[in-house]
Ligand binder design. Structure first.
Ligand code: NDP
Length: 447
C-alpha cells in the first residue's frame, strides 16, 4: 500500500490498540482494499472518514458475576462494542467462548459494519460476548450467567438502538434466557431487541439455517459466475456448530458431497458423505463431541486435532469453525490437492498469507464478510417481522435470503471489476460494503 493517509491511519490504530492482533489484522485487510477508493475520493480524507471509521463509537466492558451449581461465585467479563451506526441500529452477535477478549470483539465488530452494509438492509455494526465457557455447564448455570450478563447489557440495547444475536456458544437456549431477563427488567415486550429467538416468541423461520444456507448460496453464485456448480464436488467443512451443520445440509442439496466435519478436539472423515442427521443428533440434541460420529458410522475415521482437516483432498473448502483456523500451510495443502474454491463460513477463518496464496494460485475465494452474511440478513428480516408483528413462511424467508446472497455476490464482483481487480471478491466486498457506510457518514457530518 502506498497511500499516505491510509498508512498513517494504520499506524495510529496499531499504536492505540497495542497487542490487539486480530483487530489489527482486519483493519489492515480492509484498508488495503480501500486504497483505490480513497484515491478517487479526496473529500473522505478531508472529512477524516477513515480515522472515524476505525474508532468504535462505544465499547462497553462489564463484570458478570454468577453462582455455579456448587454455590461458588464466578466472575466473567462481558463486552459490547457499538462500532458504527451510520446506516442503522448496531447489530451483531454475542460470542461466549474463553478466548473472547477486546481484540476479538473489536475485529468482529469492525467486520460486521461492512457485512451488514453488504446485506442491503438498514443495520449498523456491533458485536459482544464474554469469556464465559458454556461447555460443560448445566442449563441452570448458563441461565444464571445469561441473566447476570443481561442485567448490565439491557441499559445499552433496544430494538432501535442495538440488537444482539447469537454467535459461537450462543444459540436459541441462550437467546431465550437473555430475552427473558431483558423483558423482566424493561417491563415491556420488545422482542425486536434480540434476534435468533425461537419461533413461539418472535423468531424467524430459517434463522438457524441462514448462515450455512447463505454461505452455499453465495458459493453457488460464485461457482456459476465461473462456469461451475456444486454438482459432484467433494466438500471439506470444518466445525460442527450452527454454520457448519446447515452448510453441510445445503451443500449436499446442491449436489456436493461433504466428507468432513470437526470440533475443537478433532475431525471426522466419512468418504461416503457426512450423515448430517447423526451430526445433528450429537451436536444439537446431546451436545456431545464429533468423535461420537463413529458410533453412528463405523466406517468413518476420527483424527485428533483440527489442523490436518485441510489435508483431506477436496474441490471446495468451507471453513466454518473459528478465526485463523487455516494458515499458509493449510492453504498450500489445499492447492496441492486440487482445491478450486475456498469460501468462508466462519469469521476470518483464513490467515492473510493463506488467502494470498489461495488467490495467487487461482482458487476462487469468497471472504467471510460477504459469504457468511446470511445469518445477519435473516436476523434483519426477523427484526422486520417483529416490527410488523407478522411472520413469513420458511419458503418466503429462504427466497429472500437467496436473493440477498446473490446480490451480495453481484455487488462484490461488480466493485472488484469497477476498480480493476476482476475476480478479487475480497477487495470487491470491502469496497461495496464500505461505499454505503461512507456515503451515510459523509451525509451525517463530523460525528
Ligand atoms: P457454534 O458455537 O455453533 O459452533 C462453533 C464450531 O466451531 C464448533 O464445532 C466448535 O467446536 C468449533 N470451534 C470453536 N472454536 C474452535 C477452535 N478454536 N478450533 C477448532 N474448532 C473450533 O458457532 P457458529 O457455528 O455459530 O459459528 C461458527 C463461526 O461462524 C464463527 O466464526 C462465527 O463468528 C461465524 N458466524 C456465525 C454466524 C451465525 O449465524 N451463527 C453468522 C456469521 C458468522 P467445539 O464444540 O469443540 O467448541
Amino acid at each position: 500500500m502506498k497511500n499516505e493517509y491510509l498508512l498513517n491511519v494504520i499506524e495510529t490504530v496499531k499504536a492505540r490498540n497495542k497487542g490487539e492482533d486480530e483487530f489489527f489484522q482486519t483493519i489492515t485487510e480492509v484498508l488495503g482494499s480501500l486504497e483505490p477508493v480513497i484515491e478517487q475520493h479526496p473529500e473522505y480524507i478531508k472529512a477524516g472518514l477513515i480515522d472515524r471509521l476505525v474508532e468504535p463509537e462505544r465499547i462497553i466492558k462489564f463484570r458478570v458475576p454468577w453462582v455455579d451449581d456448587e454455590g461458588n461465585v464466578r466472575v466473567n467479563r462481558g463486552y459490547r462494542i457499538q462500532f458504527n451506526s451510520a446506516i442503522g441500529p448496531y447489530k451483531g452477535g454475542l460470542r461466549l467462548h474463553p478466548s473472547v477478549n477486546e481484540s476479538i470483539i473489536k475485529f468482529l465488530g469492525f467486520e460486521q459494519i461492512f457485512k451488514n452494509s453488504l446485506t442491503g438492509l438498514p443495520i449498523g455494526g456491533g458485536k459482544g460476548g464474554s469469556d464465559f465457557d458454556p461447555k460443560g455447564k448445566s442449563d441452570a448455570e448458563v441461565m444464571r450467567f445469561c441473566q447476570s450478563f443481561m442485567t448490565e447489557l439491557y441499559r445499552h440495547i433496544g430494538p432501535d438502538v442495538d440488537v444482539p444475536a447469537g454467535d459461537i456458544g450462543v444459540g436459541a437456549r441462550e437467546i431465550g434466557y437473555l430475552f427473558g431477563q431483558y423483558k423482566r427488567i424493561r417491563g415491556a415486550y420488545e422482542n425486536g431487541v434480540l434476534t435468533g429467538k425461537s419461533i413461539p416468541y418472535g423468531g424467524s423461520l430459517a434463522r438457524p439455517e441462514a448462515t450455512g444456507f447463505g454461505l452455499c448460496y453465495f458459493c453457488d453464485a460464485m461457482l456459476r459466475a465461473n462456469g461451475e456448480s456444486f454438482q459432484g464436488k467433494k466438500v471439506v467443512i470444518s466445525g460442527s456448530g450452527n454454520v457448519a451443520i446447515y452448510a453441510c445440509v445445503k451443500a449436499t442439496t446442491l449436489g456436493g458431497k461433504v466428507v468432513t466435519m470437526s470440533d475443537s478436539n478433532g475431525y471426522v472423515y466419512d468418504p461416503e458423505g457426512i450423515d448430517i442427521e447423526a451430526v445433528m443428533d450429537i451436536k444439537l440434541v446431546k451436545r456431545g463431541r464429533i468423535k461420537e460420529y463413529l458410533s453412528y458410522r463405523p466406517n468413518a475415521e476420527y483424527h485428533e486435532g483440527c489442523k490436518n482437516i485441510w489435508n483431506v483432498p477436496c474441490d471446495i473448502a468451507l471453513p466454518c469453525a473459528t478465526q485463523n483456523e487455516m494458515d499458509l500451510e493449510g492453504a498450500k495443502t489445499l492447492v496441492k490437492n486440487g482445491c478450486k474454491v475456498l469460501c468462508e463460513g466462519a469469521n476470518m477463518p483464513c490467515t492473510p498469507d493463506a488467502i494470498d496464496y489461495a488467490m495467487a494460485n487461482g482458487v476462487l475465494y469468497g471472504p467471510s464478510k460477504a459469504a457468511n452474511a446470511g445469518g445477519v440478513s435473516v436476523s434483519a428480516l426477523e427484526m422486520s417481522q417483529n416490527s410488523m408483528r407478522y411472520s413469513w413462511s420458511f419458503e418466503e424467508v429462504d427466497a429472500k435470503l437467496k436473493d440477498i446472497m446473490e446480490n451480495i455476490f453481484a455487488a462484490s464482483a461488480a466493485a472488484a471489476e469497477q476498480y480493476g481487480m476482476p475476480g478479487n471478491y475480497m477487495a470487491g466486498a470491502n469496497i461495496a460494503g464500505f461505499q454505503k457506510v461512507a456515503d451515510a457518514m459523509m451525509a451525517q457530518g463530523i460525528i
